[in-house]
Design a protein around this ligand. Structure first.
Ligand SMILES: Cc1ncc(COP(=O)(O)O)c(C=O)c1O
Length: 395
């Protein structure tokens, strides 16, 4: 056993948790993207110390905050040279990419998304007066890839100004390779399309699939991009809400800074800064153990499905703790595919007492799929699998 005990159950019901308190109290929640583990001890200690100070006035984000970000990405991911001049802090990654869209597009423009994609991409695009233009991922032989010809066509539309990229990809589970990212970057540069890279899941990758920061691609591509990064997913501090935007080009950064100010989300809370520093500076060994634990959870689900539910296809999980399940085998003969994701998710919720995320909230292309969050103690994974099987058998 490692130093940290991820098997330990932590009761979350009745703690005003979105994941646990939104639905029926006997339903097992394996949906929204947070984890059922306590944060790393170093983060808890740092927060306690900050709390004990007792004064929570406005935060002047310290140099040590920027140093923590810079040092982390340099030593962990080979992304060198981040300084405070490249960064804008804000209250979360949604606030971050929304401001980037506002800065880099005009109302009426197209923003490309690679569907199925994170559901909160859609409102951010529409709230900025833009239109989401889908470059659907290609699902072939149980794996997703990018349709580059379609991307080129959509990037060439004069109304297209932004691509909102997700790497690692939620919910497809892909970690884009450097080659794929360069190809995306080249298409976007060629067509004057700005790339916003949402890299919130970047720490959670599995053997053989390393995260490539978009900002480590060739310079010309990087100048046409901004990256949104945060420790909140990997260190399970999403409710504390802190994120950073990186841009290499000072003009781009100025535009984004203006948008962050226009949106009035340019202040962060004192706990966010404290938690970020403790995560990046003192919690690396915790993260490594967590990654191994999550990978074992993934293998546990795969083993269960292949033995007990072989007709469900779980896509290979290269990154994130969000598994993507092709459930179309549950369709009855003659049943319409349209609306199936929602019907099946409802059935699981009400009859098998298991809450998954309905596939089609990630785009109409996802009909037939559901998303499963595996960031919980292993015993809960096994319980979830039991309920999933029951759900399949009773549909
Ligand atoms: C791809 C992606 N981006 C952003 C977010 C939300 O980020 P935040 O809570 O920092 O706004 C999530 C949460 O699940 C996500 O999966």
């Amino acid at each position: 056993m490692g130093k940290y005990n991820f098997d330990e159950p932590v009761g979350r019901r009745g703690t005003a948790s979105v994941k646990w308190d939104e639905f029926e109290s006997d339903a097992l929640p394996m949906w929204v993207a947070d984890m059922d583990f306590k944060a790393a001890p170093a983060i808890l200690d740092a927060l306690r110390k900050r709390l004990d100070h007792g004064v929570f006035g406005y935060e002047l984000v310290p140099q040590s905050y920027y140093d923590a970000v810079s040092s982390w990405f340099s030593r962990r991911h080979g992304w060198k040279g981040i300084t405070r001049e490249h960064l804008i802090y804000t209250t979360g990654v949604i606030a971050a990419y929304s401001a980037c869209i506002k800065a880099m597009s005009r109302p009426g423009d197209n923003v490309i998304v690679q569907t199925p994609c994170y559901n909160a991409f859609f409102p951010a695009i529409r709230n900025n007066g833009c239109r989401d233009l889908h470059n659907p991922l290609v699902y072939k032989e149980g794996r997703y890839s990018i349709d580059f010809e379609d991307l080129e066509r959509k990037a060439a539309d004069p109304k297209t100004t932004v691509l909102l990229l997700c790497n690692p990809h939620n919910p497809a589970g892909r970690v884009w390779t450097r080659e794929e990212l360069v190809r995306i970057g080249e298409i976007c540069v060629r067509n004057g399309v700005f790339v916003i890279a949402d890299e919130i899941h970047c720490e959670l990758t599995y053997p053989g699939h390393d995260y490539t920061p978009f900002a480590t691609l060739p310079e010309e591509i990087v100048r046409h991009s901004a990256s949104c990064i945060s420790p909140t997913k990997a260190f399970n501090i999403a409710g504390i809400q802190i994120a950073n935007i990186f841009a290499a080009d000072p003009d781009v950064l100025r535009r984004i800074d203006r948008a962050i100010n226009d949106n009035e989300c340019c202040d962060v809370n004192v706990f966010g800064c404290t938690a970020l520093e403790a995560a990046y500076d003192q919690s690396e060994d915790w993260l490594d153990e967590l990654r191994a634990y999550l990978y074992e959870n993934y293998l546990t689900v795969k083993r269960f499905l292949s033995k007990q539910l072989p007709w469900v296809t779980a896509l290979p999980l290269e990154g994130t703790y969000l598994m993507w399940l092709d459930c179309r085998a549950a369709l009855h003969e003659g049943e319409a595919l349209e609306g199936f994701s929602a019907r099946f998710a409802d059935h699981l919720r009400y009859n098998a007492k298991l809450v998954l995320s309905t596939g089609t909230i990630y785009g109409p292309e996802a009909e037939g799929f559901e998303r499963l969050n595996i960031a919980c103690p292993r015993a809960m994974i096994l319980e979830g699998m039991k309920r999933l099987k029951q759900g399949f058998e009773t549909y």
